[in-house]
Design a protein around this ligand. Structure first.
Ligand SMILES: C[S@@+](CC[C@H](N)C(=O)[O-])C[C@H]1O[C@@H](n2cnc3c(N)ncnc32)[C@H](O)[C@@H]1O
Length: 230
């Protein structure tokens, strides 16, 4: 997962509006009375949201992928990044908020792992702390066998990435990458996801004593779950 493609991630996502997404997170936190303090960015990737969140909050990040953590550390030297698994992490700290964005929750793959992750978040939140989750697809809106294509270019690199979702929730990504001075490379990566229903997610959040609201109309197109730890 994301091993060969890690160094191209920011270019591939260069059209994603991270600043506007971060603004939505800041507004949401403010709505819940959190205007300062510390945030844990779970599955933080290359730390692109953190670039904008760090002006208002102290940010720690956690990701499974070492290559991403290295990029995030260079980008945001004032943030603390941990290599770890969001399903079972141990940071000796509690947070005002934990965020898990861009559908990364799908990587928990199973309800059992999702439960473990939510329980772990609970343990790392202060009283009245807020958990914000941007969901992944659910079984009803998941598109099977539909081809998606992204093409991006910088001065020296051209990338075309095609992907197709499978019935079991996995996605095969095909990368064609041309780099001046290096040539053209082709490789594939397979990503496996869990497709959780709204009811399943709400049930697990409720079981872990999160007072949860699903905000449907957010800048993030699949909405945001906000769970206040109570
Ligand atoms: C779609 S990317 C999102 C990254 C970043 N939040 C963003 O918005 O660009 C999903 C991220 O989840 C991370 N990831 C996948 N499984 C994970 C796990 N079990 N624990 C921690 N991070 C994980 C990947 O390494 C990747 O950085």
């Amino acid at each position: 997962m994301f091993v060969k493609s890690a160094r191209y991630y920011d270019l591939i996502k260069s059209l994603k509006e991270y600043q506007k997404e971060a603004d939505q997170i800041i507004d949401t936190l403010k709505y819940f009375g959190i205007s300062s303090g510390n945030i844990l960015d779970l599955a933080c990737g290359t730390g692109e949201h953190d670039k904008y969140l760090k002006s208002k909050f102290h940010i720690d990040g956690l990701d499974l992928n070492k290559e991403f953590i290295e990029i995030a550390r260079i980008k945001n030297p004032e943030c603390i990044y941990n290599e770890g698994n969001m399903i079972d992490f141990e940071i000796n700290k509690t947070y005002d908020a934990i965020i898990c964005l861009y559908g990364s929750i799908g990587y928990t793959k199973s309800l059992d792992n999702l439960s473990k992750m939510i329980a772990c978040c609970k343990k790392h939140l202060k009283d009245n702390g807020l958990l914000i989750i941007e969901p992944w697809y659910n079984p009803d809106n998941w598109e099977v066998n539909v081809i998606h294509t992204t093409s991006v270019k910088s001065k020296s690199v051209s990338i075309t990435r095609m992907s197709v979702g499978r019935e079991d929730g996995s996605i095969n990504f095909h990368y064609l990458i041309g780099e001046n001075g290096k040539g053209i490379e082709y490789f594939t990566e397979k990503y496996e996801f869990g497709l959780f229903t709204h009811e399943e997610l709400m049930k697990i959040l409720h079981k872990n004593k999160f007072d949860t609201i699903f905000m449907e109309h957010t800048f993030q197109k699949r909405g945001l779950y906000t769970g206040k730890s109570c």
